[in-house]
Design a protein around this ligand. Structure first.
Ligand code: HEC
Ligand code: HEC
Length: 267
Protein backbone atom coordinates (compact mmCIF):
# COMPACT_ATOMS: atom_id res chain seq x y z
CA UNK A 1 0.00 0.00 0.00
CA UNK A 2 1.31 3.48 -0.84
CA UNK A 3 1.30 6.31 1.66
CA UNK A 4 -1.57 8.02 -0.19
CA UNK A 5 -3.82 4.95 -0.25
CA UNK A 6 -3.09 4.29 3.44
CA UNK A 7 -4.21 7.81 4.25
CA UNK A 8 -7.34 7.44 2.10
CA UNK A 9 -8.08 4.16 3.82
CA UNK A 10 -7.70 5.73 7.25
CA UNK A 11 -9.82 8.82 6.60
CA UNK A 12 -12.41 6.93 4.56
CA UNK A 13 -12.82 4.32 7.31
CA UNK A 14 -13.05 6.97 9.98
CA UNK A 15 -15.78 8.85 8.10
CA UNK A 16 -17.80 5.67 7.37
CA UNK A 17 -17.72 4.43 10.94
CA UNK A 18 -18.44 7.89 12.36
CA UNK A 19 -21.57 7.98 10.18
CA UNK A 20 -22.57 4.49 11.32
CA UNK A 21 -22.07 5.54 14.95
CA UNK A 22 -24.15 8.71 14.50
CA UNK A 23 -26.87 6.73 12.70
CA UNK A 24 -27.10 4.12 15.46
CA UNK A 25 -27.15 6.84 18.13
CA UNK A 26 -30.04 8.60 16.38
CA UNK A 27 -31.83 5.27 15.98
CA UNK A 28 -31.46 4.52 19.69
CA UNK A 29 -32.76 7.95 20.70
CA UNK A 30 -35.76 7.83 18.39
CA UNK A 31 -36.84 4.30 19.39
CA UNK A 32 -36.01 4.23 23.09
CA UNK A 33 -39.42 5.52 24.22
CA UNK A 34 -41.21 2.78 22.29
CA UNK A 35 -38.80 0.05 23.40
CA UNK A 36 -39.14 0.98 27.06
CA UNK A 37 -42.88 1.71 26.64
CA UNK A 38 -42.30 4.90 28.61
CA UNK A 39 -45.97 5.86 28.19
CA UNK A 40 -46.87 3.03 30.59
CA UNK A 41 -44.97 4.67 33.48
CA UNK A 42 -47.74 5.68 35.88
CA UNK A 43 -47.76 6.74 39.54
CA UNK A 44 -47.63 3.10 40.77
CA UNK A 45 -44.57 2.33 38.66
CA UNK A 46 -42.78 5.41 40.00
CA UNK A 47 -43.68 4.53 43.62
CA UNK A 48 -42.46 0.99 42.90
CA UNK A 49 -39.13 2.32 41.66
CA UNK A 50 -38.77 4.17 45.00
CA UNK A 51 -39.53 0.93 46.87
CA UNK A 52 -36.91 -0.86 44.73
CA UNK A 53 -34.33 1.85 45.48
CA UNK A 54 -35.37 2.41 49.10
CA UNK A 55 -34.98 -1.24 50.11
CA UNK A 56 -31.75 -1.63 48.12
CA UNK A 57 -33.11 -4.55 46.13
CA UNK A 58 -30.32 -4.03 43.59
CA UNK A 59 -27.70 -4.72 46.26
CA UNK A 60 -28.65 -8.39 45.77
CA UNK A 61 -30.57 -8.54 42.46
CA UNK A 62 -29.98 -7.42 38.89
CA UNK A 63 -32.51 -5.83 36.55
CA UNK A 64 -31.55 -5.82 32.85
CA UNK A 65 -28.21 -7.16 34.04
CA UNK A 66 -27.54 -4.12 36.31
CA UNK A 67 -27.03 -4.61 40.03
CA UNK A 68 -25.44 -7.20 42.27
CA UNK A 69 -25.04 -10.90 41.47
CA UNK A 70 -26.10 -12.46 44.76
CA UNK A 71 -29.72 -13.18 43.83
CA UNK A 72 -31.57 -13.98 40.58
CA UNK A 73 -32.09 -11.41 37.83
CA UNK A 74 -35.65 -10.09 38.01
CA UNK A 75 -36.08 -8.71 34.47
CA UNK A 76 -38.91 -11.10 33.43
CA UNK A 77 -39.96 -12.26 36.86
CA UNK A 78 -43.63 -11.22 36.75
CA UNK A 79 -44.18 -12.97 33.41
CA UNK A 80 -42.47 -16.10 34.73
CA UNK A 81 -43.89 -16.27 38.24
CA UNK A 82 -47.14 -14.33 38.22
CA UNK A 83 -48.29 -11.59 40.62
CA UNK A 84 -50.26 -13.76 43.05
CA UNK A 85 -47.25 -15.85 43.96
CA UNK A 86 -44.85 -12.88 44.00
CA UNK A 87 -47.08 -10.94 46.40
CA UNK A 88 -47.10 -13.90 48.81
CA UNK A 89 -43.33 -14.40 48.33
CA UNK A 90 -42.44 -10.75 49.04
CA UNK A 91 -44.59 -10.74 52.18
CA UNK A 92 -42.71 -13.74 53.57
CA UNK A 93 -39.95 -15.27 51.41
CA UNK A 94 -39.13 -17.94 54.02
CA UNK A 95 -42.46 -19.69 53.30
CA UNK A 96 -41.07 -20.80 49.95
CA UNK A 97 -37.37 -21.41 50.43
CA UNK A 98 -35.38 -22.84 53.26
CA UNK A 99 -31.83 -21.89 54.07
CA UNK A 100 -30.80 -25.54 54.49
CA UNK A 101 -32.05 -26.49 51.05
CA UNK A 102 -31.11 -23.41 49.06
CA UNK A 103 -28.04 -22.12 50.84
CA UNK A 104 -29.11 -18.48 50.78
CA UNK A 105 -32.29 -16.66 51.48
CA UNK A 106 -34.05 -13.48 50.67
CA UNK A 107 -34.56 -11.64 53.97
CA UNK A 108 -38.08 -10.70 55.03
CA UNK A 109 -37.93 -6.99 54.34
CA UNK A 110 -41.20 -6.03 56.03
CA UNK A 111 -42.78 -4.50 52.92
CA UNK A 112 -46.34 -3.20 53.40
CA UNK A 113 -49.16 -4.44 51.16
CA UNK A 114 -49.04 -1.13 49.27
CA UNK A 115 -45.26 -1.33 48.79
CA UNK A 116 -45.57 -4.89 47.46
CA UNK A 117 -48.26 -3.75 45.03
CA UNK A 118 -46.10 -0.81 43.89
CA UNK A 119 -42.88 -2.77 43.45
CA UNK A 120 -44.82 -5.37 41.43
CA UNK A 121 -46.20 -2.56 39.24
CA UNK A 122 -42.61 -1.46 38.68
CA UNK A 123 -41.41 -5.01 37.90
CA UNK A 124 -44.40 -5.53 35.55
CA UNK A 125 -43.33 -2.40 33.68
CA UNK A 126 -39.74 -3.71 33.50
CA UNK A 127 -41.16 -6.98 32.07
CA UNK A 128 -42.59 -5.02 29.14
CA UNK A 129 -39.27 -3.45 28.09
CA UNK A 130 -38.19 -4.75 24.69
CA UNK A 131 -34.88 -6.40 25.60
CA UNK A 132 -34.40 -8.34 22.36
CA UNK A 133 -35.24 -11.56 24.19
CA UNK A 134 -32.93 -11.09 27.18
CA UNK A 135 -32.57 -12.93 29.57
CA UNK A 136 -32.18 -15.96 27.32
CA UNK A 137 -33.25 -18.58 29.85
CA UNK A 138 -35.81 -18.63 32.65
CA UNK A 139 -34.87 -16.86 35.85
CA UNK A 140 -33.84 -19.48 38.32
CA UNK A 141 -33.67 -19.31 42.03
CA UNK A 142 -31.12 -21.42 43.82
CA UNK A 143 -32.29 -24.99 44.11
CA UNK A 144 -34.64 -24.76 41.14
CA UNK A 145 -32.08 -24.90 38.32
CA UNK A 146 -33.17 -27.27 35.57
CA UNK A 147 -29.61 -27.35 34.24
CA UNK A 148 -28.26 -30.88 34.39
CA UNK A 149 -31.69 -32.47 34.69
CA UNK A 150 -31.97 -35.52 32.47
CA UNK A 151 -33.69 -34.56 29.25
CA UNK A 152 -32.90 -30.83 29.26
CA UNK A 153 -31.23 -31.44 25.90
CA UNK A 154 -34.57 -32.56 24.38
CA UNK A 155 -35.11 -30.67 21.14
CA UNK A 156 -37.88 -28.08 20.81
CA UNK A 157 -38.24 -29.15 17.13
CA UNK A 158 -38.36 -32.91 17.82
CA UNK A 159 -40.88 -35.02 15.89
CA UNK A 160 -42.41 -36.51 19.06
CA UNK A 161 -44.94 -34.21 20.79
CA UNK A 162 -43.79 -35.45 24.23
CA UNK A 163 -40.15 -34.57 23.42
CA UNK A 164 -41.17 -31.07 22.32
CA UNK A 165 -43.26 -30.74 25.48
CA UNK A 166 -40.28 -31.76 27.61
CA UNK A 167 -38.09 -29.12 25.96
CA UNK A 168 -40.78 -26.52 26.60
CA UNK A 169 -41.19 -27.66 30.20
CA UNK A 170 -37.47 -27.22 30.93
CA UNK A 171 -36.88 -24.24 28.70
CA UNK A 172 -39.08 -21.48 27.36
CA UNK A 173 -42.22 -22.61 29.20
CA UNK A 174 -40.41 -21.97 32.51
CA UNK A 175 -42.40 -24.78 34.15
CA UNK A 176 -39.27 -26.34 35.66
CA UNK A 177 -38.55 -23.22 37.70
CA UNK A 178 -41.71 -23.95 39.74
CA UNK A 179 -42.12 -27.73 39.39
CA UNK A 180 -39.55 -30.35 40.35
CA UNK A 181 -39.74 -33.83 38.81
CA UNK A 182 -38.31 -35.45 41.91
CA UNK A 183 -41.02 -36.84 44.19
CA UNK A 184 -41.99 -34.68 47.18
CA UNK A 185 -39.78 -31.71 46.25
CA UNK A 186 -42.03 -28.66 46.29
CA UNK A 187 -40.54 -25.55 44.70
CA UNK A 188 -43.24 -22.92 44.16
CA UNK A 189 -45.62 -25.58 42.88
CA UNK A 190 -45.96 -29.27 43.75
CA UNK A 191 -43.64 -31.92 42.35
CA UNK A 192 -45.00 -33.28 39.06
CA UNK A 193 -43.39 -36.70 39.53
CA UNK A 194 -46.20 -39.17 38.84
CA UNK A 195 -48.71 -36.42 38.03
CA UNK A 196 -50.39 -38.51 35.31
CA UNK A 197 -50.98 -41.41 37.71
CA UNK A 198 -52.29 -39.05 40.39
CA UNK A 199 -54.62 -37.38 37.88
CA UNK A 200 -56.66 -40.59 37.54
CA UNK A 201 -57.39 -40.58 41.26
CA UNK A 202 -57.82 -36.79 41.28
CA UNK A 203 -60.67 -36.63 38.76
CA UNK A 204 -62.68 -39.35 40.53
CA UNK A 205 -62.16 -37.82 43.99
CA UNK A 206 -65.38 -36.19 45.38
CA UNK A 207 -63.22 -33.20 46.49
CA UNK A 208 -62.25 -32.51 42.85
CA UNK A 209 -64.01 -29.33 41.70
CA UNK A 210 -62.93 -29.09 38.04
CA UNK A 211 -64.54 -30.25 34.80
CA UNK A 212 -62.06 -32.86 33.60
CA UNK A 213 -63.02 -36.51 33.16
CA UNK A 214 -59.72 -37.92 31.91
CA UNK A 215 -56.00 -37.63 32.65
CA UNK A 216 -55.35 -35.56 29.51
CA UNK A 217 -58.28 -33.25 30.26
CA UNK A 218 -57.06 -32.77 33.85
CA UNK A 219 -53.53 -31.88 32.70
CA UNK A 220 -54.91 -29.46 30.12
CA UNK A 221 -57.20 -27.83 32.67
CA UNK A 222 -54.27 -27.50 35.13
CA UNK A 223 -52.40 -25.44 32.52
CA UNK A 224 -55.28 -23.46 31.01
CA UNK A 225 -57.22 -22.70 34.20
CA UNK A 226 -54.93 -23.25 37.21
CA UNK A 227 -57.46 -21.91 39.71
CA UNK A 228 -60.30 -24.17 38.49
CA UNK A 229 -59.10 -26.83 40.92
CA UNK A 230 -56.42 -26.08 43.54
CA UNK A 231 -53.97 -28.73 44.62
CA UNK A 232 -54.42 -28.83 48.41
CA UNK A 233 -51.69 -27.06 50.39
CA UNK A 234 -51.66 -23.53 51.79
CA UNK A 235 -48.45 -22.55 50.03
CA UNK A 236 -49.87 -23.22 46.56
CA UNK A 237 -52.60 -20.60 46.41
CA UNK A 238 -53.98 -17.53 48.17
CA UNK A 239 -57.63 -16.54 48.42
CA UNK A 240 -58.73 -19.23 45.96
CA UNK A 241 -56.23 -18.07 43.30
CA UNK A 242 -53.46 -20.46 42.23
CA UNK A 243 -49.85 -19.27 42.45
CA UNK A 244 -49.47 -20.74 38.97
CA UNK A 245 -49.62 -17.80 36.57
CA UNK A 246 -51.87 -17.66 33.54
CA UNK A 247 -49.25 -19.05 31.19
CA UNK A 248 -51.61 -20.17 28.48
CA UNK A 249 -51.73 -16.66 27.01
CA UNK A 250 -48.01 -16.92 26.12
CA UNK A 251 -48.29 -20.39 24.55
CA UNK A 252 -49.59 -21.55 21.17
CA UNK A 253 -52.40 -24.17 21.28
CA UNK A 254 -49.97 -26.71 19.75
CA UNK A 255 -47.50 -26.08 22.57
CA UNK A 256 -50.18 -26.85 25.14
CA UNK A 257 -50.84 -30.16 23.34
CA UNK A 258 -47.09 -30.89 23.52
CA UNK A 259 -46.96 -30.12 27.25
CA UNK A 260 -49.98 -32.34 27.92
CA UNK A 261 -48.35 -35.15 25.91
CA UNK A 262 -45.18 -34.79 27.98
CA UNK A 263 -46.95 -34.61 31.36
CA UNK A 264 -49.00 -37.70 30.45
CA UNK A 265 -45.69 -39.65 30.39
CA UNK A 266 -44.97 -38.76 34.05
CA UNK A 267 -46.38 -41.90 35.65
C1 HEC B 1 -29.97 -9.55 50.95
C2 HEC B 1 -30.23 -9.84 49.59
C3 HEC B 1 -31.61 -9.54 49.00
C4 HEC B 1 -32.30 -8.35 48.99
C5 HEC B 1 -31.91 -7.02 49.64
C6 HEC B 1 -33.47 -8.58 48.19
N1 HEC B 1 -33.51 -9.86 47.75
FE1 HEC B 1 -34.95 -10.71 46.57
N2 HEC B 1 -34.00 -12.50 46.66
C7 HEC B 1 -32.80 -12.75 47.30
C8 HEC B 1 -32.43 -14.13 47.11
C9 HEC B 1 -31.18 -14.80 47.65
C10 HEC B 1 -33.46 -14.71 46.32
C11 HEC B 1 -33.54 -16.17 45.82
C12 HEC B 1 -34.62 -16.94 46.52
C13 HEC B 1 -34.17 -17.45 47.83
O1 HEC B 1 -33.27 -18.29 47.86
O2 HEC B 1 -34.77 -17.03 48.85
C14 HEC B 1 -34.41 -13.66 46.05
C15 HEC B 1 -35.55 -13.82 45.29
C16 HEC B 1 -36.41 -12.80 44.89
C17 HEC B 1 -37.50 -12.93 43.98
C18 HEC B 1 -37.85 -14.16 43.17
C19 HEC B 1 -38.67 -15.17 43.92
C20 HEC B 1 -38.93 -16.35 43.05
O3 HEC B 1 -39.32 -17.38 43.60
O4 HEC B 1 -38.78 -16.26 41.83
C21 HEC B 1 -38.11 -11.70 43.88
C22 HEC B 1 -39.31 -11.32 43.04
C23 HEC B 1 -37.38 -10.81 44.74
N3 HEC B 1 -36.36 -11.49 45.34
C24 HEC B 1 -37.69 -9.46 44.88
C25 HEC B 1 -36.99 -8.58 45.68
C26 HEC B 1 -37.36 -7.19 45.88
C27 HEC B 1 -38.53 -6.51 45.20
C28 HEC B 1 -36.45 -6.68 46.75
C29 HEC B 1 -36.42 -5.28 47.34
C30 HEC B 1 -37.68 -4.80 47.91
C31 HEC B 1 -35.49 -7.73 47.10
N4 HEC B 1 -35.86 -8.88 46.42
C32 HEC B 1 -34.41 -7.58 47.95
C33 HEC B 1 -32.05 -11.82 48.00
C34 HEC B 1 -32.39 -10.49 48.22
C1 HEC C 1 -44.99 -19.53 39.40
C2 HEC C 1 -44.94 -20.97 39.56
C3 HEC C 1 -45.53 -21.89 38.52
C4 HEC C 1 -45.22 -21.99 37.18
C5 HEC C 1 -44.28 -21.09 36.38
C6 HEC C 1 -45.94 -23.13 36.69
N1 HEC C 1 -46.70 -23.69 37.68
FE1 HEC C 1 -47.88 -25.35 37.52
N2 HEC C 1 -48.50 -25.08 39.45
C7 HEC C 1 -48.03 -24.13 40.32
C8 HEC C 1 -48.73 -24.24 41.59
C9 HEC C 1 -48.52 -23.34 42.80
C10 HEC C 1 -49.64 -25.33 41.46
C11 HEC C 1 -50.60 -25.87 42.55
C12 HEC C 1 -51.83 -25.02 42.66
C13 HEC C 1 -52.86 -25.34 41.60
O1 HEC C 1 -53.54 -26.36 41.72
O2 HEC C 1 -52.95 -24.59 40.60
C14 HEC C 1 -49.46 -25.85 40.09
C15 HEC C 1 -50.14 -26.95 39.57
C16 HEC C 1 -49.84 -27.56 38.35
C17 HEC C 1 -50.40 -28.81 37.90
C18 HEC C 1 -51.33 -29.72 38.69
C19 HEC C 1 -50.48 -30.62 39.57
C20 HEC C 1 -51.21 -31.70 40.32
O3 HEC C 1 -50.60 -32.31 41.22
O4 HEC C 1 -52.38 -31.97 40.03
C21 HEC C 1 -49.88 -29.06 36.65
C22 HEC C 1 -50.15 -30.25 35.77
C23 HEC C 1 -49.01 -27.93 36.33
N3 HEC C 1 -49.00 -27.05 37.40
C24 HEC C 1 -48.30 -27.80 35.15
C25 HEC C 1 -47.50 -26.70 34.81
C26 HEC C 1 -46.89 -26.50 33.51
C27 HEC C 1 -46.98 -27.46 32.34
C28 HEC C 1 -46.22 -25.30 33.58
C29 HEC C 1 -45.44 -24.60 32.48
C30 HEC C 1 -46.18 -24.26 31.28
C31 HEC C 1 -46.40 -24.77 34.92
N4 HEC C 1 -47.18 -25.64 35.63
C32 HEC C 1 -45.85 -23.58 35.38
C33 HEC C 1 -47.05 -23.18 40.05
C34 HEC C 1 -46.48 -22.96 38.82
Amino acid sequence: MTKVSTRRFFFGGTVVFTLVFIGLTIHTHTTIAARTHADAIDAGVVRGLHVWAGYNCENCHTLLGEGAYYAPDLTEVVAQRGRTYLAAFLANPATFYSEERHGRLMPTLGLSGQEIDDVLDFLTWVDGIDTNGWPPRPILVSGAAPRGLPGIEARPDAAEPAARGQALFNGAGACASCHALVADVALVGPSLAGVASRATARVSDPAYSGDAGSVEAYLRESILAPSRYLVPGERYSAGGISFMPDIAGNLEPGQIDDLVAYLATLR
